[in-house]
Design a protein around this ligand. Structure first.
Ligand code: XCC
Length: 636
C-alpha cells in the first residue's frame, strides 16, 4: 500500500509530485475533514429550514426532536430521500438534454448530430409502442423523442412512465403499482418528493421512503432513455481494445481530457479531433490525444475506444502530469479544484454547460446548433495551450493497462447468440444451473476517500471472480478495474475461479474476437446502469422467476454521489440486494436503517447492506448468491 490513500501506482507517483510542488489535493482535503461530525455522518442533522440546523440530542430535555418536533426517523428519512432527488435530477436532466437534441435531429434542425444506429431506433420504438411499419425513420425518431420528453412533462398521476412499464417485467410492474411507487412523470415525482420533505409536510418515515423510491424509479427511466437515445445518435458499444491509466497521456501530443457525463459534447470533440490532427501537427505535436475521466470518459470509451486517464478521486492528478493541455468538462463529478491544479501548469480548464462554471476557467458555451464548431474551438484552445507547455514540468507515469470494453447489452447478446441463437441469456442461466458460475454481480459507482482509493473496487472484483461470480461494471468502478489492469483476458487467467474460467473459455471460443474477453464486462457510464438492469430482467425472464429470485447482487464499493444513492434505491425496488461500501447516513435512526436494510426485503426482495470491508462484503455477496440458487433449486 502506498503512503498515500490509493492502491494506484500512477496516482501514488502523482501525489508525490503534488506534495513536491505544494498542491493540496482531494486526498489532503479528505484528511482535513476528519474527524467527521457525528450528526451529519449518521443523518441526524436537519438543515431543511432556517430555524435549524437541528440535531438529535437525546440527553437534553426537548433535544430528542427538532424544533418543529421532527423525530430522528423523520429527519433521517428526509435527508436520505433528498439525496435521491438530487441524483435523479442529475441523471434525468442529462437524459432530457439528450432527448431534446434527439428531437432536433428528428426534425432536421441540427446538422452535426444524426441517427447512427437505426436498428436500435427500430428496436426501441417497437419496445415502447411507437408504430414503425412502413414509416419514415425520422418520423419514428420524432415520436420516440416526443414520448421521451413526455416522460418529464407528464402530470396525470394515472399514467405510468413508459421507460419503466415497458422495460420491467410484469411482476415488477405490479409490485411498483401495489406499493404506489410507479411514477407518472419524472419532473412530477421529483417535485413531489421535495414538497413531501419540506418543513411541516410528511413526518412518516415509511411514506417518505416510498416517495423516495418513486423518485428513484424516475431516475432509472431518465437513465434508460439517455442510454437508448445516446446509442441511437452515437452508436451502440461494440467490443473495443484500448488502454487505461495516466500512461495513456502522451508527451508528444496535444492531450485533451474529456470529463463529466454528457456525450453530446464529448462525442463531438471526438469527431472534431479526427478532422484536426493536422492542425495539431502544425503546432509541433504528433497529433491530438483524447483521454477520458469519469462517465463522459466511459461514453467515449464504449463507442470510440478513447483511453481512460483516471477516475473520480484522481482527476486532479491528470493535470499533475504537466502534459494535460485542456480538460473539457460538462456536468457532474467535476471537482472545482481542477482549476487550482491547472494554475500550477499551462492546462486550460474549459467549462461548457450553462449550469456548470468554475471561477477562473474558460467558459465556452456548448451550442447544439453549432456543435462541431464549438468542439473545434475547444480543440484549438488546447492546441494553443500545447504551445505554452513547459517540457521541464512534464512527468507522465509510465503506467497503463490493456482494456477490453464496449459491452452494451447488444454486444453481450451477440456473443451469447453464437452459443445459443434462440435464447442468448440461457448461456448465463445454464452456467449458473450447472454450478459453473454462482451468479452475477455488478460493481458500480464512485470513489470515496473515506476508504482507500480503488481498494474496495479491485478487492471485490478479485474476490468475487475467484468465487466464480460473473462480473459487470459501470461508472468509476469500471474505471478502477481498468486502471488496475483487471479489465482484460490476462486478469481472467490470474483471478477467475475454475468455473468462471471454463465459462470464459466457452465464451472466448464462440466470440471469435481478436482480444480475449475481460474479467468483467464494462457496460458503460452510470446512466448505463439501465443496461445492467436490462441484463437482470433478461435473466429473470429466462429463468421464469421474479427479479427478486435472480442470483444477482449489485455493489457500490466506494459510493459517494447523490446519483449513487438514487441508483442504489431503484436497485432495491427492483429486488436486488445492494451493497454499499460506506456506512450510510441512515444509521442515526434505527427505524429507518431497519426499513432500508431489512423490511425492504420483505416488500421488494431487494435491500441495502453497508459493509466497508471488501472481503466481508464479498463473502456476504457469495452467501446471497448461494442462498438464491438454493431457493431456486428447492422450488423445482
Ligand atoms: Fe460516481 Fe457514477 Fe461520478 Fe464516478 S462519475 S463519481 S457519480 S461513478 Ni458517473
Amino acid at each position: 500500500m502506498s503512503e498515500y490513500n490509493t492502491i494506484d501506482v500512477a496516482a501514488t507517483q502523482m501525489l508525490g509530485k503534488a506534495k513536491e510542488i505544494g498542491f493540496l489535493s482531494t486526498f489532503d482535503r479528505a484528511k482535513a475533514q476528519e474527524p467527521r461530525c457525528t450528526f451529519g455522518n449518521t443523518g441526524i442533522c436537519c438543515r431543511i429550514c432556517l430555524a435549524g440546523p437541528c440535531r438529535i440530542l437525546p440527553k437534553k430535555p426537548g433535544g430528542n426532536k427538532g424544533i418543529c418536533g421532527a423525530r430522528d426517523y423523520t429527519i433521517v428519512a428526509r435527508n436520505t430521500v433528498r439525496y435521491i432527488a438530487g441524483g435523479a435530477a442529475a441523471h434525468s436532466d442529462h437524459g432530457r438534454e439528450i432527448a431534446e437534441t434527439f428531437l432536433h435531429v428528428a426534425e432536421g434542425k441540427v446538422k452535426d448530430y444524426k441517427i447512427t444506429d437505426a436498428d436500435k431506433l427500430m428496436r426501441v420504438a417497437k419496445h415502447i409502442g411507437v408504430e414503425t411499419e412502413g414509416r419514415d425513420v425520422m418520423a419514428i425518431a420524432k415520436d420516440v423523442a416526443l414520448l421521451a420528453l413526455q416522460e418529464f412533462a407528464e402530470v396525470d398521476e394515472s399514467k405510468e412512465l413508459t421507460w419503466i412499464a415497458k422495460y420491467s417485467n410484469e411482476t415488477r410492474n405490479q409490485k411498483f403499482r401495489d406499493t404506489g411507487i410507479m411514477p407518472a412523470g419524472i419532473n412530477l415525482s421529483l417535485a413531489k418528493l421535495l414538497h413531501q420533505t419540506h418543513i411541516g409536510v410528511d413526518a412518516d418515515p415509511v411514506n417518505i421512503i416510498f416517495g423516495g423510491l418513486k423518485a428513484a424509479l424516475s431516475d432509472v427511466a431518465g437513465e434508460h432513455l439517455a442510454t437508448d437515445l445516446s446509442d441511437i445518435m452515437f452508436g451502440t458499444g461494440v467490443p473495443v481494445v484500448t488502454e487505461a491509466n495516466l500512461g495513456a497521456i502522451k508527451a508528444d501530443k496535444v492531450n485533451i481530457a474529456l470529463h463529466g457525463h454528457n456525450p453530446l459534447l464529448s462525442q463531438m470533440v471526438v469527431n472534431a479531433a479526427k478532422e484536426m490532427q493536422e492542425e495539431a501537427k502544425a503546432a509541433g505535436a504528433k497529433g491530438i490525444n483524447l483521454v477520458g475521466i469519469c462517465c463522459t470518459g466511459n461514453e467515449v470509451l464504449m463507442r470510440e475506444g478513447v483511453p481512460i486517464a483516471t477516475n473520480y478521486a484522481t482527476q486532479e492528478l491528470a493535470i499533475m502530469t504537466g502534459a494535460m493541455d485542456a480538460m473539457v468538462v460538462d456536468v457532474q463529478c467535476i471537482m472545482p479544484s481542477i482549476r487550482t491544479a491547472a494554475e500550477c501548469y499551462h492546462t486550460k480548464i474549459v467549462t461548457t454547460m450553462p449550469i456548470m462554471k468554475i471561477p477562473g476557467s474558460y467558459h465556452m458555451a456548448f451550442d447544439e446548433m453549432h456543435a462541431m464548431d464549438s468542439a473545434k474551438e475547444i480543440i484549438r484552445l488546447a492546441i494553443d495551450a500545447y504551445k505554452q507547455r513547459d517540457a521541464a514540468k512534464v512527468c507522465i507515469p509510465e503506467i497503463k493497462n490493456t482494456v477490453v470494453a464496449g459491452f452494451s447489452m447488444e454486444a453481450m447478446y451477440n456473443i451469447f447468440r453464437k452459443i445459443n441463437a434462440e435464447n442468448p441469456m440461457s448461456v448465463v442461466i445454464d452456467a449458473i444451473a450447472a454450478g459453473e458460475i454462482k451468479g452475477v454481480a455488478a460493481l458500480i459507482g464512485c470513489n470515496n476517500l473515506k476508504g482507500t482509493h480503488d481498494l474496495n473496487h479491485t478487492t471485490m472484483a478479485q474476490e468475487l471472480a475467484k468465487n466464480d461470480v460473473l462480473l459487470l461494471a459501470t461508472g468509476c468502478s469500471a474505471q478502477a478495474h481498468a486502471l488496475a489492469g483487471l479489465m482484460n483476458g490476462e486478469a481472467v487467467k490470474k483471478y477467475a475461479g475454475e468455473g468462471l474460467k471454463k465459462f470464459y473459455a466457452r465464451l472466448n471460443a464462440a466470440a471469435g474476437l481478436t482480444a480475449e474477453l475481460p474479467l468483467m464486462f464494462h457496460m458503460g457510464s452510470c446512466v448505463d446502469n439501465s443496461r445492467v438492469q436490462d441484463f437482470v430482467t433478461a435473466m429473470a425472464n429466462e429463468m421464469g422467476v421474479d427479479n427478486a429470485d435472480v442470483p444477482f447482487v449489485v455493489s457500490a464499493p466506494e459510493a459517494m454521489s447523490e446519483k449513487a444513492v438514487a441508483i442504489g434505491a431503484w436497485n432495491v425496488a427492483y429486488g436486488n440486494p445492494t451493497h454499499v461500501g460506506v456506512i450510510a447516513p441512515t444509521v442515526g435512526s434505527q427505524l429507518v436503517n431497519d426499513v432500508v436494510t431489512k423490511i425492504a426485503e420483505d416488500v421488494f426482495g431487494g435491500y441495502f447492506f453497508w459493509e466497508p470491508d471488501a472481503n466481508k462484503a464479498s463473502a456476504k455477496i457469495i452467501d446471497i448468491l448461494d442462498e438464491r440458487n438454493w431457493k431456486n433449486a428447492m422450488r423445482k
